[in-house]
Design a protein around this ligand. Structure first.
Ligand code: HEM
Length: 198
């Protein structure tokens, strides 16, 4: 049982931590928001290019845009993972329960896994496609296909299944991520956004 003194010590150290918040590295913050915007765009463009009322030419253009943005996201994810490895993230707030700390680590790991699997499975799919269409990144330069798998239907099918399945898992994790931020930020008054903002 917590007595009054321990309670007071606990809350004052929690307050101390909240009043002097530690942030993620500026580069990690910039990449977090850039990639978050990119992911919203990928879900929207991916859905519209498949189910929107588009002519073949418009569909081709949107595919190119989706693939181009995917390449930029892949490069940003590489930079993000490197930033995560080479900079220290702030310790999780002491106000979080042990269970929430474990769930947050697991959730972040899942989000990183999806961030890696989504663009790579897309790249494999395009490289193995029977159509062999090139990816011209925003009309700027050609992104190469993965060598050795061109026009390979079984690999294309496998990559498509992975892309689709991961998209659903990703969407669920993003919803949980947002739910967790809202819960901690607004109901438990633990200022997490400050850690991911300048
Ligand atoms: C939509 C795509 C998003 C993705 C893929 C994403 C991914 C991630 C990942 C992987 C982390 C872990 C960072 C690390 O420990 O290295 C993280 C942290 C965080 N995200 Fe997101 N995020 C997204 C959107 C959002 C949004 C919309 C918000 C705000 C409403 C948000 C708020 C935060 C906060 C506050 C943290 C820091 C948690 C902490 O204090 O440790 N994220 N995000």
């Amino acid at each position: 049982m917590m007595n009054k003194t321990t309670k007071a010590t606990f809350s004052s150290s929690a307050e101390e931590q909240l009043s002097t918040p530690q942030r993620y590295h500026s580069l990690a913050i910039m990449l977090h928001w850039l990639i978050a915007l990119g992911i919203v765009f990928m879900f929207a463009s991916g859905t519209y290019m498949l189910y929107g009322d588009l002519s073949k030419a418009e569909q081709y253009k949107l595919f190119q845009i989706h693939k181009s943005a995917g390449v930029l996201i892949l490069l940003s994810v590489v930079a993000r993972v490197a930033t995560r490895i080479f900079t220290h993230p702030p310790a999780l707030p002491s106000g979080l329960s042990g269970r929430d700390k474990r769930l947050s680590k697991l959730g972040h790991l899942g989000l990183y896994a999806c961030l890696i699997v989504m663009p790579i499975s897309g790249w494999v799919m395009v490289s193995a496609s029977p159509f062999g269409l090139p990816t011209i990144v925003f009309g700027w330069f050609e992104w190469p296909h993965i060598p050795g798998i061109s026009r390979n239907k079984p690999i294309e099918t496998l990559a498509r299944t992975i892309h689709w399945t991961t998209a659903s898992v990703f969407l669920s994790l993003i919803i949980l991520h947002l739910g967790a931020v809202i819960k901690h930020q607004y109901f438990e008054k633990i200022n997490l956004i400050k850690r991911m903002w300048w």
